[in-house]
Design a binder for this molecule. Structure first.
Ligand SMILES: Cc1ncc(C[n+]2csc(CCOP(=O)(O)OP(=O)(O)O)c2C)c(N)n1
Ligand SMILES: [Mg+2]
Length: 782
């Protein structure tokens, strides 16, 4: 901090303004929660909720960050339960309406946790699932570096990716997975600011963690700055008796500190006198504060002291990743302060009225921005925030669309697996000089080669900010895989941590909005291990980040690998996940069609991310007579063999079991003339379209017939269906509900095991014989 008189005067002024903003944010956030819970009409008898204590814990941090340190290009992930503070900031900036605040947590109101898609204020990152909103900032910083290295962004425009986090978020494992990956990729321009109130949801946090976080982060290349005491406390420490006071605070257990904070000045005095009252200078020092002043002194922690905060932010003026641990009191400035149960605790009506009166806010003026402040201060605050860099933050970018080829060439070969086709299509793309090829970024959690990304990587290279030589190649040791890395590379290699994988996909999938350049992220992962990163996948989809996810290999078709590697429930994950279109192709031409379609969906206004469930099983390819199947395949199903009108039966298959379904169909068509063979490419789209069509009817919209109704309508009303897929049978068994037709569902609903494909298909009833049996059974009397 500069010490010139002029600067100091400016700073004092700035401090006072920021202190007033801190207070205002504390009031508005508390009032927003109070209003939603106690004033707004309630119709359902349910608690509305909100977190006044978690908000007041970080209003000073947020005032100093937003109105002092933040630059327009910086992006922030806000601690989920501090959402009302973020809304209050935008209310003061004129970007949030009173109506939205009044309907906080109501339909269409300000969201409980900041949401990119549901809130109308600018939200850089959605948050809610603790830990994920923190780690994503590191990956966004990596994406920013990727764009700079590829000439899509200027270095001077690089922003800081900032997470405002609760201290309990440090318990989430994904934080440490991310730290390791960040270190490998030479992370920069990333700040994590910890609201270190030493309270989680249930209780005060473990004292034993003191200083451990410093070690962990410093080991991973981070600068750690700890703001323990505010200015008042530091001044007291400098007075006689101050050393003893400092030592006492240093050794005070978290729970004791919290309890004394709750009890207030008198309790602080009793305890301090009992513990250190006999030490030199202490009694006089303590006597110089009355009870309220002593309580104020003892809770004057770094995270509540504007001067301390802005001084720290000013020091962090380089690109080093920085962990700022700001000590705070949960519920600071409110009667809830320090109580271990205050996480969801709420002020009573009497308490909030007391706070209102203390702030000089008149009854009925609760929503007035500057009520109780006097005209001069109100004017100064209005001018101050209008002048802050955050006020000139641009709305998000609308990146132009990437031009797509009419078709992606279908890989040749009589027999192919969907995974091989995927790798070949990407490889062919990599050899072109199209815009699409240049914008594809691939990533995988240590499964690049086994998921067929290798050829693309050989062609386009690994990405690293600093060049990395391929020692094996340099030493002329033969290898199919080139593994040198450089700034122009287009594959971001990750260690085995699926949370990181999904967070990187989410960050890449937001690059258009965040940085103005659209990327086409393509990530591969072993299908069963989608489950390992499921919450991060959900998190990416919730923010409507756009990426192509390839789960491969999948199912018991991965015979030799056994039950631990054979995915079962991923078709249901695909069906249940909003903002993700799931496909399971059987043939190579379907893969090409779906990848082309995916690249379109990834950039459509009302698009989605796309998930392809693939396998390594090579199967005979279908000779097409025309391209009529394509339209149906993109809607979720098409007749591979058309049924006769009013046919009594159909076999319905999805994915890798196509050969068994075909064999069964061939066998049965003599006995059941006109039997159909329906290839389902997406149980997800079929089901969604079917429910949407029904919902449209109920909502008085246009009556429409869904794709699946039309397809199954070609069969007899009482027809029998045998459904089969290498995954949970529930993904297809619902088809019986569409027209009331009978269904016999085949699929995998217990863990897989090792074996060859023949044995496994027999054991799990996925072979032609099982299909034939199931069809026959449908026509037997019960
Ligand atoms: C993954 C996940 N698990 C559980 C929760 C429920 N939850 C919300 S906040 C919280 C604890 C918050 O403590 P901390 O991060 O220290 O925040 P603060 O003390 O500032 O409120 C928990 C367990 C959640 N939001 N996300
Ligand atoms: Mg906490």
């Amino acid at each position: 901090m500069s010490t010139s008189t002029e600067d100091t005067a400016h700073l004092t002024d700035r401090t006072a303004l920021l202190e007033a903003l801190d207070e205002r944010l504390r009031w508005l956030s508390a009032w927003t929660v109070h209003n939603a819970n106690n004033i707004r009409e309630k119709r359902d008898g349910l608690k509305v909720g909100g977190h006044q204590a978690s908000c007041s814990s970080m209003t000073a941090i947020m005032a100093a960050l937003y109105f002092h340190a933040l630059r327009p290009q910086d992006k922030v992930a806000v601690k989920p339960h501090a959402s009302p503070v973020l809304h209050a900031i935008h209310y003061l900036l004129g970007e949030q309406t009173r109506e939205k605040l009044e309907s906080f947590r109501g339909l269409g109101g300000a969201q409980s946790y900041p949401s990119r898609t549901k809130d109308t204020i600018p939200v850089d990152f959605s948050t809610g699932s603790v830990g994920l909103g923190v780690a994503i900032t590191a990956f966004s910083s990596l994406v920013q570096d990727y764009l700079i290295a590829h000439g899509q962004m200027r270095e001077e425009d690089a922003g800081r990716m900032i997470a405002l986090m609760g201290d309990a978020e440090l318990d989430e494992g994904n934080i440490y997975e991310c730290l390791i990956e960040g270190y490998k990729h030479d992370l920069r321009n990333c700040w994590w600011i910890v609201d270190y109130n030493r309270q989680s949801l249930d209780a005060t946090t473990a004292d034993r963690m003191f200083r451990r976080f410093d070690d962990i982060f410093e080991t991973c290349g981070w600068r750690v700055i700890t703001l323990k005491h505010g200015k008042l406390l530091r001044e007291a420490f400098a007075r006689p008796g101050g050393r003893a006071l400092e030592e006492w605070i240093e050794n005070c257990p978290n729970a004791d500190f919290a309890a004394l904070t709750y009890l207030g000045g008198e309790a602080w005095r009793d305890r301090l006198m009992k513990d250190i009252g006999r030490k030199r200078g202490v009694a006089v020092l303590l006597a110089s504060y009355d009870d309220p002043a002593l309580a104020r002194l003892m809770t004057n922690l770094g995270g509540h002291c504007i001067d301390t905060l802005i001084e720290a932010f000013d020091r962090m003026d380089d690109e080093r990743p920085t962990l700022l641990i700001a000590y705070t009191v949960k519920g600071y400035g409110l009667p809830l302060a320090g109580h271990k149960d205050n996480h969801s605790g709420m002020m009573s009506t009497a308490q909030i009225e007391g706070l209102r009166a203390d702030l000089g806010i008149g009854e009925g003026q609760e929503w007035d921005k500057w009520a109780g402040l006097g005209e001069n201060l109100a004017g100064a605050l209005e001018a101050f925030i209008a002048d802050s860099p955050i006020a000139s933050k641009r709305r998000e970018h609308r990146a132009p669309a990437i031009k797509l080829p009419e078709h992606l060439p279908v890989p040749k070969g009589e027999s192919l697996s969907t995974q091989a086709a995927f790798g070949k299509i990407l490889h062919d793309l990599a050899k072109t000089d199209s815009e699409l090829a240049d914008r594809i970024v691939t990533t995988a959690p240590d499964v690049t080669q086994t998921t067929n990304l290798g050829a693309f990587v050989n062609q386009r290279g690994l990405f690293r900010r600093q060049e990395l030589a391929d020692v094996f190649q340099r030493s002329k040791i033969p290898s199919a895989q080139k593994w040198s890395a450089h700034g122009a590379g287009q594959h971001i290699e990750l260690g085995i941590a699926e949370n990181n994988f999904f967070l990187l996909l989410a960050s890449l999938g937001l690059s258009a909005q965040h940085f103005g350049t659209r990327l086409m992220p393509v990530g591969t992962v072993y299908d069963p291990f989608i489950a390992r990163g499921l919450d991060a996948l959900n998190y990416g989809c919730y923010q409507d980040a756009r990426f192509l996810l390839v789960g491969t290999p999948s199912g018991i078709t991965l015979a030799g690998e056994g039950g631990a590697h054979q995915s079962i429930n991923t078709p249901l994950i695909g069906m249940g996940q909003p903002n993700l279109d799931s496909f399971e192709p059987a043939f190579a031409d379907e893969v090409a069609l779906m990848m082309r379609h995916a690249f379109e969906r990834l950039q459509a206004e009302d698009g989605a991310s796309v998930y392809l469930r693939l396998t390594t099983r090579s199967i005979a390819q279908e000779e097409r007579q025309d391209a009529l199947w394509e339209k149906g395949a993109l809607k979720g199903a098409y007749w591979l063999r058309k049924p006769a009108a009013g046919a009594d039966a159909a076999i319905v298959y999805c994915g890798a079991v196509a050969p068994e379904a075909l064999e069964a169909w061939e066998t049965l068509r003599d006995d059941l003339p006109g039997i159909g063979l329906l290839g389902v490419t997406s149980p997800d789209l079929l089901h969604r379209d079917w429910s949407a069509a029904r919902a449209a009817r109920w909502n008085g919209g246009k009556r429409s017939v869904s794709h699946v109704e039309r397809l199954l309508g070609q069969l007899a009303p009482g027809a029998g269906l045998v459904t089969v897929l290498d995954g949970s049978p529930a993904a297809l068994s619902w088809l019986g509900a569409v027209r009331g037709q009978r269904v016999s569902p085949l699929g995998v609903d217990r863990f897989g095991q090792t074996g060859d494909l023949i044995d496994l298909q027999r054991t799990y009833r996925l072979d032609a014989e099982a299909i034939i049996d199931a069809v026959a059974e449908l026509f037997l009397p019960d």
